[in-house]
Ligand binder design. Sequence first.
Ligand SMILES: N[C@@H](CCC(=O)N[C@@H](CS)C(=O)NCC(=O)O)C(=O)O
Length: 224
Amino acid sequence: MSLPELVSFPLCPFVQRAVIVLREKQVPFTIRYIDLDNPPDWFLALSPLGKVPLLSVGDTVLFESAVIAEYLDETHPPALMPADPLARAQARAWIEFASNLLGRQYRMLVAKDQAGFDEEFAAAHRELAFVERAHADGPMFLGGDTLSLVDAGFAPFFMRFELMNRARPLALLDDYPKLRRWAAALADRDSVRRSVPEDFNDGFRRRFAGGWFGTAFADTAAMH
Ligand SMILES: N[C@@H](CCC(=O)N[C@@H](CS)C(=O)NCC(=O)O)C(=O)O
């Protein structure tokens, strides 16, 4: 059978989750980029919601990043989810939570004014208090050094937050020491560093330059 193929948009945090899992498990794969602003017909015919990521496995096309990650987890060692059903259910809930947080981050980035940004920021700050409480205080979310699908679920959020924070310091994690340590540990991890294209930082700043927050990116355009 041919290698699994991931259909991607270079800046998509949901695609990035799948790449982290593939890299962590050292699964060979191919990646096919599309322009989401001008999606090709073959993609629209395959993607029920017109969204990336898709993962083609033989003739089967999977969609939804959390589902793709679980499929990869069930088919390639090492296991990145807890064995206990209750702990696994909790892990899934946090992954869903992280998806919601990624939506907030996106809305922060495209907000046209400060009020719109602040509203999402305040909600994210409030919600992150739950994550701080639930975090096992190991390097990774469930404790210990082993990356789980929860870590892969949140890593794209923290990576983008770091780019935002460098452009304009944000107090989002100031009250959350475990989250700050976690974000740093994730940023250091090879699978996470190699989960985005090389020109990701520039592409990200360019993509969101037009929002209220994006004016801060102009000053850091030369930074990497
Ligand atoms: N729930 C989906 C969300 C995926 C998603 O929102 N992808 C965005 C790009 S980051 C997309 O393809 N958007 C295109 C659109 O909404 O038309 C998942 O987890 O895979």
